[in-house]
Design a protein around this ligand. Structure first.
Ligand SMILES: *Cc1c(COP(=O)(O)O)cnc(C)c1O
Ligand code: SF4
Length: 346
């Protein structure tokens, strides 16, 4: 079996009903579709609200765009000094070398940039300019390879990128953002792992996973190979309506990550990407869910809940309201909702 890319293939594999074909053809005209064999296998076709299907199988709801949604929801373009680089924070840059992914998530925040009609792969000249920018800016301590999914590149291409970073002394950390260990775990072999490392640099891999079922035994094995090789892994998830917006699923997801030696890092509030309103929960619902995780499961399993402020202002932590102040005296809420004065009365 190979990756499913056309509405016809989705019908042939029982992922959409034949009478839905015309509508999904219209979605396919706007947004890229790809479902890798591992993800197609994981879908329970008998369940109309299967959380894996909801992430990858297109729906006509994507054709509806709300007035607040925007093509560049987190303002990448406003902070792109040269093609392929986003420099929003002083000490780190995104390097977007490719704009293809092994799967296309229906809620993708960069859905207008990724896919066959997206921004493509950086030309050799553009890549030279991107590396020159990194080399010229000594404040850049960390380079974050994202896209798209950088792990679609061959080990040879990845190793070229790492070798070019290896000679830039001020870059200490290289972070990859990827879904590959889950969606195409067979790619994580010895040569790919070797390509992610370079002497003098510390490699982090941030895995994007949204539902505990994604952490299959094969996916866990792929992650174990990365961690065994000395790479540190982080988890990042998107809070998605109908997929993980309940306390049990979120807790199971965070535990599955920690069991796999992946530290939950961010839980992203969904961005205002076009045609994604059916995935969005309110900030208040998100806060309640995240506050509920605090008392319920281990501190190891707690992600930081963040919102990327539309317009390119960066990420903001959406913390639960646990502290209030009045006349120099603080009231602190515990995880059960009890209130305590701080400092306590003598
Ligand atoms: C999210 C993001 C980062 C990474 O932020 P961290 O808080 O370090 O994970 C860096 N640059 C840009 C432009 C981003 O959007
Ligand atoms: S893997 Fe990331 S960049 Fe690719 S479609 Fe999914 S969310 Fe978008």
């Amino acid at each position: 079996m190979s990756t499913l890319r056309t509405p016809r293939e989705l019908v042939d594999n029982g992922l959409i009903a034949p009478e839905g074909l015309a509508g999904i053809e219209r979605v396919a005209g706007r947004y890229a579709i790809a479902i890798s064999p591992a993800m197609a296998d994981l879908i329970d076709k008998a369940d109309p609200s299967d959380p894996i299907a909801l992430q990858f199988v297109p729906q006509t709801a994507e054709l509806a765009t709300t007035p607040q949604e925007r093509e560049d929801p987190i303002g990448d373009l406003a902070h792109s000094p040269v093609e392929g680089i986003v420099h929003r924070y002083p000490d780190r840059v995104l390097l977007k070398a490719v704009h293809v992914c092994p799967v296309y998530c229906r809620f993708c925040f960069r859905r207008e940039m990724v896919g066959p009609q997206g921004l493509g792969t950086l030309t050799p000249d553009a890549l030279d300019r991107a590396f020159a920018y990194i080399a010229e800016h000594s404040e850049i301590w960390e380079v974050i390879l994202t896209g798209g999914d950088p792990l679609v590149l061959s080990p040879r291409r990845l190793s070229e990128l790492m070798q070019r970073l290896a000679v830039i002394d001020h870059v200490k950390i290289v972070r990859f953002h990827t879904r590959v260990p889950v969606v195409e775990p067979e790619r994580i072999d010895g040569s790919l792992i070797a390509a992610l490392k370079a002497s003098g640099k510390t490699t982090y891999v941030a895995l994007h996973a949204n539902h505990p079922r994604e952490l299959t035994p094969v996916a866990r094995k792929a992650c174990a190979r990365l961690v065994d090789s000395g790479i540190v892994m982080l988890g990042q998830s998107v809070l998605l309506k109908g997929i993980n917006d309940d306390p049990e699923t979120l807790a199971a997801l965070m535990r599955a990550l920690v069991e796999t030696r992946i530290k939950p890092y961010y839980l992203h509030h969904p961005d205002l990407a076009p045609g994604t309103s059916h995935f969005r929960v309110s900030l208040e619902e998100g806060r309640t869910l995240v506050a509920g995780l605090r008392g319920r499961i281990s501190g190891l399993c707690q992600p930081t809940y963040v919102l990327d402020i539309p317009g390119g202002y960066g990420k903001a932590v959406i913390a639960p309201d646990t502290v209030s102040e009045r006349g120099g005296c603080y009231t602190i809420s515990d995880f059960r909702g009890g209130e305590h004065t701080y400092p306590p009365e003598a």
